[in-house]
Write a protein that binds this ligand. Structure first.
Ligand SMILES: [Zn+2]
Length: 191
C-alpha cells in the first residue's frame, strides 16, 4: 500500500512521536513505507510522514545509478534499514551537506550540519535490539529521520542566519505546501 506523504504544515510532523511498543504489524508497515518511499524516490521515510506518530523509520542505502539510465530505485537497493525506537549513543565530527525531505518536496539546503559518524541503538522489526555504526551519507540520513521522530525538520538544523535565509527564499513555496498539507488533511478526514 502506498501512503499519502504528509507535507510541511501538517501538525503530525511537529509532534514528538511515541515509542513503538507493539511489534506485531511492523513488518507489514515497513513494507508499505518502503513502497511509499520508492514511489517518491526517497532515501528515508519516518512514520510521522505518513501520519503515524511512532518512533519508527525506514531507510535504504542505494548503489549508484548506472550513468545515463534511470532505473527503478528498488533495483538499486544495497541495504534496507528498518528502525524502531532509535537512540544516538555517540556522535563524532561535523560535516555540512545536502538535504531535502519528502515532506518538503523540491526544497533543499546544501549546508545542513550533521555529525560525521554516529553509533545508534534501536530495535528491528521483530523488536530485537541492535546497534549500528554509520558514517557519511547514511549517518546523515539516520540523523534526519531521527529528527522527524522529535518533530524537527532539516532546515531547523541550519544556524540562525542560514535558517532565516532558507525561510525567506522559500517563503512562497512553504506557504503553498502548508495549503496543500491542509487540503490533504481535509481529504483524509473525509475518508
Ligand atoms: Zn524528511
Amino acid at each position: 500500500m502506498i501512503y499519502p506523504i504528509r507535507l510541511y504544515g501538517d501538525p503530525v510532523l511537529r509532534k514528538r512521536a511515541q515509542p513503538v511498543q507493539e511489534f506485531g504489524g511492523l513488518k507489514r508497515l515497513a513494507q508499505d513505507m518502503l513502497e511509499t518511499m520508492f514511489e517518491a524516490r526517497g532515501v528515508g521515510l519516518a512514520a510521522p510522514q505518513i501520519g503515524l506518530s511512532q518512533r519508527f523509520f525506514v531507510a535504504v542505502e542505494y548503489a549508484d545509478e548506472p550513468e545515463g539510465e534511470e532505473r527503478p530505485l528498488r533495483d538499486l537497493v544495497r541495504r534496507v534499514f528498518v528502525v524502531a525506537n532509535p537512540v544516538i549513543l555517540h556522535r563524532e565530527g561535523e560535516v555540512e551537506g545536502l538535504e531535502g525531505c519528502l515532506s518538503l518536496p523540491g526544497l533543499y539546503s546544501e549546508e545542513v550540519p550533521r555529525a560525521e559518524r554516529i553509533r545508534v541503538a534501536y530495535q528491528d522489526e521483530e523488536g530485537q535490539g541492535r546497534t549500528l555504526e554509520l558514517e557519511g551519507y547514511m549517518a546523515r540520513v539516520f540523523q534526519h529521520e531521527i529528527d522527524h521522530l522529535d518533530g524537527v525538520l532539516f532546515f531547523e538544523r541550519l544556524p540562525k542566519p542560514k535558517r532565516e535565509a532558507f525561510l525567506e527564499e522559500n517563503r512562497m513555496e512553504l506557504a503553498r505546501l502548508q495549503k496543500e498539507a491542509r487540503a490533504l488533511l481535509k481529504e483524509l478526514s473525509q475518508g
